[in-house]
Write a protein that binds this ligand. Structure first.
Ligand code: GLA
Length: 708
């Protein structure tokens, strides 16, 4: 992180050059309008000596006579025909087209703060861009109503310009239990706009909307991306205008009337995180380093977790769960998480949500006997909650039907038999907070798996006003309040699996549950693309049953365990149903997961796929390195080619050896398979190693130890 204690100083610069982490961002700040981007990407030297006037767009027939280029908040008066960066109107119908005048600049380290005002529209605008030491451009903005009438804000999304070689859109989509599926296509004239109106980040979140050079991959081709740190409605856009301009932005998608600025009021859109790189690994690596350097980032070795959901579902009992806890401790588990079903009348998904009191029916002696057992075994205890939700069949809904989010008279359609609570109502917020505080304090709970299992539909505050924004902020406040009261508490962000994965919630949470599918084949892809933004130690990944509950596919323990390596690893299966031999095998893998977790949590991630996308290499590289080589499917080429291990220190020598059991992969004819091999990082990256045939849905874990 930068030295945020340095004071802001006003700056006379007309060209602002921010440079850090191998990236430069250069702004034309000559005025009289808002600054625009002259360059974002490759680091430039300090003496760039640019003259903004010479770099402005030329006059072109039949366009405006004196084009000025579009700014970080594009405005129509400049000849920008894409979506304006700020839209809204006053109640007297003025203020819908702005002409912001630059009023001043301030600088601090590699950050700039821009002040502008439009006296006619009676709006003030400020925008801060920090180019962090890792090279991520963090953009925060604010618009203030300085007039005497209300200003109805429709949208506010500053953004950055892209060069014309940014020609291929690349982002993610997905659905429940198949989150974060990549999609890519040409950036044609118009807008590639990704709007999520689910009141949560969404399984189909773009996560990072990128535009890159055509054919960019993990290692090659420049690519520019933006992530929005927000868990409510969002709108991401990559635009290309007929004039040849390109722009990348992401903002909160506001419902009509959601933000009405009274005189003096201000609105700050969610933070945008921009990253650039040559190849996706570099773009992603900047995000990882930035996230890891946040003061709130988890630092302890990530405890091996057992979550009981797929082990018992709603079939909870002291006897069953103490036995499971004993078995968990025996194989090396360090955190035991009790999932849904422990509270109120919640014996199935139709009832009880909102009643955060321990069920006396299931837990006649309360949770203490289980928790004490877990603690005695040396494990932490965590518990599942879904604080923003309510089942209509619950004591809370009967006592406070008015606390349910709704737009008008009728309730929204139910989803998973549930509705959402209006946390923006102070008494509702206080009720939920007090219930959670009591639960945590009385039971010595150190970890919450915080779920959010439905999309918000017609999410109004009950008095008719839209409330997605207020709800999102209230959820953040609730997490923040709990963390203030319980500083050691960790929170996992879960949302029907992986539908709340963003840096907004991760300002408060400590990991995400990437998906409800723990089928390792699906998980390989989900985790690979989730890790585009998040370092692996923030991505929960569990070894499930041999037969995956969501897909019915059957996988070896080795493949299931290997898949949880590049993640915050854990288990989610009924260990008590395994044979002693199977439990030993699980314990063996847990020993390996513990051995490599520090490297996973600190290493630089590299990823490669062959042309067929059939063979995947994933690595974490620090002083030493680990790699997984996984066969996702049978490619058209017969196996036998050498597989490069990329990203190692080219001058160092490494001993590469197989780590962990690989009973299904015979090393016949591969001399290094049994005893390892010493090679330089350069040779490993360029020439690679011959591999034995790896069957589909199998893989191998390798360790590369630097030789001294
Ligand atoms: C969601 C979560 C699951 C589990 C269930 C419990 O679907 O993603 O992991 O906690 O809720 O109802």
């Amino acid at each position: 992180m930068s030295d945020t204690t340095a004071p802001w100083r006003s700056s006379p610069e007309t060209v602002v050059h921010l440079t850090a982490g191998g990236v430069s961002l250069v702004l034309d700040a000559e005025g009289p309008g808002l600054p625009s981007v002259l360059h974002w990407g490759t680091a430039l030297t300090a003496d760039i000596d640019l003259h903004p006037a010479l770099l402005r767009p030329p006059r072109v027939d039949n366009l405006i006579d004196a084009p000025v280029g579009f700014s970080i908040v594009p405005e129509a008066y400049t000849g920008w025909f894409g979506a304006p960066g700020l839209t809204g109107v006053r109640t007297d119908r003025t203020g819908w087209s702005t002409r912001f005048a630059l009023r001043g600049l301030e600088r601090r380290d590699q950050s700039v703060r821009i002040h502008a005002a439009d006296d006619a529209a009676q709006l003030e605008l400020s925008c801060t861009i920090e180019l962090t030491p890792e090279g991520v451009a963090v953009l925060d903005a604010e618009v203030r109503n300085t007039g005497a009438s209300d200003y109805l804000l429709s949208s506010f999304a500053p953004g950055l310009a892209l060069p014309s070689c940014a020609a291929e859109v690349h982002d993610l989509s997905g659905r429940w239990s198949m989150e974060r599926i990549p999609q890519r296509h040409e950036l044609t004239v118009g807008a590639h706009r990704r709007e999520v109106r689910r009141g949560r980040t969404g399984a189909e979140t773009p996560l990072v909307l990128m535009v890159g050079e055509v054919g960019h991959d993990f290692a090659h081709g420049q690519v520019w991306g933006v992530h929005l740190g927000w868990s409510g409605n969002s709108s991401y856009a990559a635009e290309r205008t007929m004039e040849g301009h390109r722009r990348l932005s992401a903002g909160e998608l506001l419902i009509d009337g959601e933000v009405v600025l009274a005189p003096g009021d201000a609105y700050a859109p969610p933070t945008q995180f921009f990253s650039w790189g040559v190849g996706l690994d570099e773009l992603s690596g900047r995000y990882h380093r930035y996230i890891r350097n946040r003061p709130s980032h988890v630092s302890s070795p990530r405890p091996i977790t057992l979550n009981v959901w797929e082990a018992v579902y709603f079939d909870q009992s002291l006897e069953k769960l103490t036995a499971l806890a004993t078995a968990a401790a025996e194989v090396g588990v360090e955190r035991f998480v009790l999932d849904d079903g422990w509270f109120g009348g919640r014996r199935d998904p139709t009832r009880g949500l909102g009643d955060w009191v321990v069920s006396t029916e299931v837990w006649p002696e309360g949770l203490r006997p289980l928790i004490e057992h877990v603690h005695r075994l040396g494990m932490e205890f965590g518990i599942w909650v879904e604080p923003e939700m309510i089942n209509p069949d619950s004591d809370l809904a009967r006592a406070h039907p008015e606390w349910i989010l709704r737009a008008g008279a009728g309730l929204p359609p139910e989803s998973r038999h549930q509705q959402a609570l209006n946390l923006s109502a102070p008494d509702c917020f206080a009720h939920v907070r007090d219930a959670l505080e009591a639960l945590i304090a009385e039971n010595g709970i150190s970890y919450l798996k915080w779920d959010h299992n439905r999309d918000l539909i017609e999410a109004g505050d009950g008095r008719g006003a839209p409330a997605v924004r207020a709800q999102t902020l209230a959820a953040y406040r609730l997490m923040a309040d709990l963390k203030t009261r319980f500083p050691d508490l960790e929170i996992e962000s879960c949302s029907s699996g992986g539908a709340r994965v963003d840096l907004g919630v991760l300002a408060h949470a400590d990991r995400v549950w990437a998906s409800d599918t723990i089928d390792p084949l699906e998980r390989q892809r989900i985790q690979r693309w989730t890790s585009l933004l998040l370092p692996p130690e923030l991505i929960g990944s569990h070894i499930g049953d041999e037969r995956a509950h969501t897909t019915g596919r059957v996988h070896t323990l080795d493949f299931r365990a290997l898949t949880s390596v590049f993640a915050h690893s854990g288990l989610e299966l009924d260990l008590t149903a395994l044979t002693a031999g199977e439990r030993d095998a699980v314990a063996g893998w847990i020993t390996i997961l513990k051995e490599v977790r520090h490297l996973v949590a600190t290493g630089r991630m590299v990823r490669r796929a062959d042309d067929e996308d059939a063979l995947w290499v994933t690595g974490a590289i620090a002083e030493d390195a680990i790699f997984s080589v996984v066969c996702m499917s049978r490619g058209i080429e017969a196996p036998g080619a050498r597989i490069p291990l990329p990203g190692l220190d080219v001058d160092a020598r490494y001993r590469v050896e197989v780590l962990g059991p690989v009973p299904d992969i015979r090393g016949d004819g591969v001399p290094w398979w049994q005893d390892g091999i010493v090679m330089t990082g350069k040779a490993l990256g360029v020439i690679g190693l011959p591999f034995p045939q790896i069957q589909p849905e199998q893989g191998v874990l390798l360790r590369a130890v630097r030789q001294r």
